[in-house]
Design a protein around this ligand. Sequence first.
Ligand code: GLV
Ligand code: MN
Ligand code: MN
Length: 415
Amino acid sequence: MKAFEYGINISRLRKNLEELASFGGNKEGGISRLAFGAEDMKARAWLREKMEAAGLYSRIDEAGNVFGRLGNEGPAVWAGSHLDTVPNGGMFDGALGVLAALECLQTICERQLPFRWPLEVVAFSDEEGTYKSFFGSKAITGLLTTEELACARNMNGQALAHVLSAVGMDIQRINRARIDHGQIRAYLELHIEQGPLLESKLISIGLVRSIVGIVSYQMAFLGTPNHAGTTPLELRRDAFLGAAEFSLKVYDWVRSTTSGVVNIGKVDLYPGAFNIVPGRARLALEFRSPSSEGLEVMEKKILSLGNEISRKKGLKFSASKVSWDSAVRLDDTIIQLLQEEAETLGYDYRIMNSGAGHDAQIMARATRAGMIFIPSIGGKSHSPEEACSWDAVERGATLLLHGLLRLAREKKQSK
Ligand code: GLV
Ligand code: MN
Ligand code: MN
């Protein structure tokens, strides 16, 4: 590693990441800090205190996004990610991007490093989609429709409107979080890779070119609940068997025919007893593709398999779209800038695509957006085993600092 002009304080960043991990942390090492839950709300308050202590001006908007600003009014350079986690997730997904951005701004403030444009840390609400994927970044960019807000629910059927009012927020005011896109000069996000590529190739840094498109659906197979002892097997209309055949066929088709992936992450059977033939099977299904055309092809085939299999088995099939987020290409000039900074720092890097979703894919619709990845140990994420080395964290945060300073020192008046 070459010597460089300035760096971040890795011990402070580590301490902050470990402290944040205690919000929602369990004894086994997993973290459940679900959006708008008590631990998530505590974490937001904790972050605001850290921001103020770091010399930033902190605020929270109508969508619960937390900001910390360095500098005056006017168009700013943003960096951040999310504080919420998936159920029993890890300590780096999202948290790294937020706390590394805070560390960068604190470093700039302490060392009085000069900049032209204000800098802003942002922690977006509900990136993981407990209620609505990318809720906070979509609210900021004005991409949430009234209908989407009204339909947003968690896996237990609890409405977003209900949980927001329980934490003192108001669903009617979410659109006030929208920010004029001209106020955001650029957006950078540091994240763990969440996959095995960088580690397996012994590469320190990933610079993201494009982010996968993601579609999610709630699906149901409807049959007839009946006595599990007396109903002959050939006379049953078993909803579970429809769901099971569908799942296997979908996986086979996606694997053999597409460059995408599919996941059925939750299955519920009703009424749900040893001795009742399932009358209803409910599936939470998502599929991903690097291209928009790919998403369309997958949607068509998956829905037609659902209809075909249910017809064959005498069942009914229903599918309701929960979200559709297209694949996005990040900004080439930002990739170039980060590439130059990585070279100056002596970091080896690879330009790569992301199979995970990120707030950057929403921010890319409003401004120049870029992402930095660091290796995930064992490629694990969305799991308590998610980990990365502190050296990797230091490299990622240092590159973030250098990227932010380049952007905050730009001469151009407009984006
Ligand atoms: C975000 O973590 C995703 O689901 O890719
Ligand atoms: Mn995640
Ligand atoms: Mn994330």
